[in-house]
Structures are given as structure tokens and as C-alpha cells.
Design a binder for this molecule. Structure first.
Ligand SMILES: [Mn+2]
Length: 429
């Protein structure tokens, strides 16, 4: 295996921090032991946690106004893979990449799969793209894709999704994530029901092409690019569509795709209750975007989402296998640094949710002891779990201080010499 960052650099940095890590880990271990928690068990659980990174996240995103590329940014799937390998090498949290087609198209997917494996990477959900036109495309998506009035446009969108499944099979994926930008900007522009009927018919044709062990993850989004209505706007539309399609269809929750202040953790519980929780796109949002780094605005919400996931895992009902992925737009940071930081934040929330005393929580709930129920969550949220994550990371070969090692490696500077510059233009959403 050939990894992009020098092992010596990681080892030297870890050696410098080894005493501090042991001291912090031991101190936290003693603190947790007083409440009956075995820190090594939590650390092992964290070691088994992972979150996928999106291939498109390796580049600088942008807003619909502009994009400001940085030198050394990747432009091909091969360069993106190398950047994703850096993130996983240092964090040991992101061993899978989620590709997006047609952006990541190559002529030989067997070779691409091997290229990723060489860098310690596998493949997560494949993502289709019917929200923009590609050069040479026969039918425009200007008026929608799966829900378009024009039958040939709908068929083109179905065919593209089926092609994504075929590519995914070659890469070793087992999930297809479908998000469509279909919607309207004016009242009266389309009939809400007929456009949903068309979407469902197209989605059913894609569903019919799924291999037995695959899932189709339906991603809802309240607005953007359509600003009045979208065809799969919320978790209600999403679960209804997933129920209509069948057991392999599940709902994907992108944290930034809800109305402001919506109780997302409750949505997670609801979807799980009906066996429809398929996965997550992690990001954060202050107003109505889906662009900010995970947990950068509201880490408590992320913790509460993971608390529901811990409950769901303990009560799997019809199964518990959510797909976790980062999906954010890096407009003002080095994307590698943002994803290193975000993966850590996501894993922290996972670890904190693992610390919740569920017996105490459930007992307080049974007794209607509101304050003690709340405190059961608060105690876990207040623990600084950084030593647990660092210990798991270092034991897996990662870096104690991921950002420091990344900067010391001068990886981006080296890539700026090797890679061709990115063009300007509007970013992706
Ligand atoms: Mn998303």
C-alpha cells in the first residue's frame, strides 16, 4: 500500500505527543470508571466507527455566486482519491469514498477500484446527477429529471441511475443515493401530485434495476435549486416514496436539508421506527444552507442525532445499518483540513452518545423525572472525548494531531506544483 503522507512524519509527531496522550487517556479512564464506564470498550467502539467522504468534497465547493479555487486542488477522480487517502491516513476514520457520476466517470472501474484499494480506500454509495446538463446530453434537465413532463427526459434520468448502479457494482458499492433538484419556482408551475407521480414511476424503474443486496437512498431537500417547491422536499415525502417503492428503498437525512430549527433527531427516530433510516449526509447550517462543516455551528444537535442512533442500534427492530457520509461545501478552507476536522467532530458525537447512561436515562423517562433524563444526556455531552479518539486513531496508525501533521507534510504545496490549476466559475451545491 502506498500512502501519501510519510509514515516517519506521523511517527515522529506521535512520539512527541505520546506522554500527553497516555496521561490524558488515563485521567479520562479514571473519571469514566467512577461511573462504571470502561474507557477501552468505548475506544474499541470508536475504532469501529467510520464515515465516508464524498469525492466532490475534495475540491473547493462554492456558492451559486462564485468559487475560489486553491492551488493544488484535485480535478480528476485520481487526484481526489489521493486527497481522500490523506484524510483517512491521518484520521483513520474515513476509509470509503462516495463517488458522483458523471463527474467521476473513467473507462476502467476495475482499475479504479484497485487504485483506491492501493491507498486503503473502498467505495461507499454511488450518487447520480440529474440536476445539471452534461455536454452532449440529448434531453435537458431544465424542467426536471425524474419528474419532468417529457417522457424521454425521464427515461434519460432513469437510464443514468441504472448506469450508476452498474458502475457501483464494479466498484463494490451497495447503495445508490438519489437526489433530484426537481421542483418549481412559481405557484402553479407544476401540479404537485402529477409531478410526484412521475417521480415515483421513474424511481420505481430504477428500483427494479437494484441488485438484491443494494439499497436505494432517497435524499430529500426542502429547497434549492428550486425555491418554491421540490418534489421530495421533506422526510414525509421521502418516507412515503420509500414505502411506495419497497423494502430496499430508504431515506437519507442530509442535516442541512430541513427547515431551520427542525427537530432532526426526532426525524431520525421516526425513520428508524418504520425501518426506513438509510443514511446521513453530515454538514451543518446556520440559516438555510447545507454547506458548513459538520458540528461547526450546532455540535449539540449532532450529538442528539447520534444519541438517537445509539438508541436505534440498541433497538434495531427491522435492522440498523445507516450509511454515514460527509457532504459539505468547503468554500474558505482547505477541503482536506475541513474533512479531517469534520470526521473528528462526527466521531466525537458518536463517542459521546456511547457514553450516555441508558439505564439511567430510561429510568428517568419512566419516572417522568425530566431533569435527570436531561442530565443523563448532558453528562455525556460534557465529556471531552478527545483522548479516546486520539488513542483509537494512533493505535490504528493515524496521527495524534491530524492538522499539524498535515501542515508539516506540505502536501498541498507539493500538489500545487504537480496539478493543473482549477478553472473559475460557479460552484456546486
Ligand atoms: Mn447531501
Amino acid at each position: 500500500m502506498t500512502l501519501p503522507i510519510s509514515d516517519e512524519l506521523i511517527a515522529e509527531s506521535n512520539a512527541r505527543n505520546a506522554d500527553a496522550l497516555e496521561e490524558d487517556y488515563a485521567a479520562l479512564g479514571r473519571k469514566l470508571a467512577r461511573t462504571g464506564i470502561d474507557i477501552d470498550a468505548v475506544k474499541d467502539r470508536v475504532a469501529g466507527f467510520s464515515v465516508a467522504v464524498p469525492s466532490w468534497g475534495a475540491g473547493r465547493g462554492g456558492t451559486r455566486f462564485a468559487k475560489f479555487p486553491i492551488p493544488g486542488e484535485p480535478t480528476t477522480i485520481h487526484e481526489k482519491l489521493e486527497d481522500c487517502a490523506v484524510i483517512n491516513q491521518l484520521s483513520r476514520l474515513t476509509p470509503r469514498v462516495s463517488p458522483h457520476f458523471p463527474w467521476d466517470k473513467v473507462s476502467d472501474y476495475k482499475a479504479l477500484r484497485e487504485e483506491a484499494a492501493e491507498q486503503g480506500l473502498g467505495w461507499d454509495a454511488v450518487n447520480s446527477n440529474t440536476f445539471q446538463d452534461q455536454v452532449g446530453q440529448a434531453h435537458t434537465y431544465a424542467n426536471g429529471s425524474l419528474s419532468a413532463q417529457d417522457a424521454a427526459t425521464r427515461q434519460q434520468a432513469v437510464d443514468h441511475n441504472i448506469e450508476c448502479i452498474e458502475i457501483g457494482r464494479q466498484l463494490g458499492s451497495t447503495d445508490l443515493t438519489v437526489w433530484v433538484g426537481d421542483g418549481t419556482n412559481f405557484p402553479g408551475q407544476q401540479d404537485f401530485t402529477r409531478s410526484l407521480d412521475r417521480y415515483l414511476e421513474g424511481a420505481a424503474a430504477i428500483y427494479a434495476a437494484l441488485p438484491d443486496d443494494w439499497r436505494m437512498l432517497l435524499e430529500h431537500k426542502m429547497f434549492e435549486p428550486a425555491f418554491y417547491s421540490t418534489v421530495i422536499s421533506d422526510w414525509g415525502s421521502s418516507i412515503l416514496a420509500a414505502q411506495e417503492l419497497g423494502p430496499k428503498a430508504k431515506c437519507l437525512v442530509d442535516l442541512g436539508h430541513h427547515a431551520p430549527n427542525v427537530n432532526i433527531e426526532q426525524i431520525v427516530a421516526r425513520l428508524h421506527r418504520f425501518g426506513k433510516l438509510g443514511g446521513f449526509h453530515f454538514n451543518d447550517s446556520k440559516y438555510g444552507d447545507d454547506d458548513l462543516d459538520s458540528g461547526s455551528i450546532n455540535p449539540h444537535q449532532l450529538f442528539l442525532v447520534f444519541n438517537e442512533l445509539a438508541e436505534a442500534e440498541a433497538n434495531p427492530r427491522d435492522g440498523f445499518n445507516p450509511s454515514y457520509m460527509i457532504d459539505q461545501s468547503h468554500n474558505v478552507t482547505d477541503p482536506i483540513e475541513s474533512m479531517l476536522s469534520s470526521a473528528e467532530t462526527i466521531a466525537q458525537c458518536f463517542a459521546k452518545a456511547s457514553l450516555v447512561d441508558r439505564k439511567a436515562l430510561h429510568a428517568a423517562q419512566e419516572e417522568n423525572d425530566t431533569m435527570m433524563a436531561f442530565q443523563a444526556l448532558r453528562r455525556a455531552y460534557n465529556v471531552d472525548v478527545a483522548p479516546i479518539l486520539a488513542k483509537a486513531r494512533v493505535e490504528a496508525g493515524g496521527a495524534y494531531d491530524v492538522l499539524a501533521v498535515y501542515r508539516d507534510s506540505q502536501y498541498r504545496d507539493r500538489k500545487a506544483q504537480e496539478r493543473k490549476p482549477v478553472g473559475l466559475g460557479a460552484g456546486i451545491v
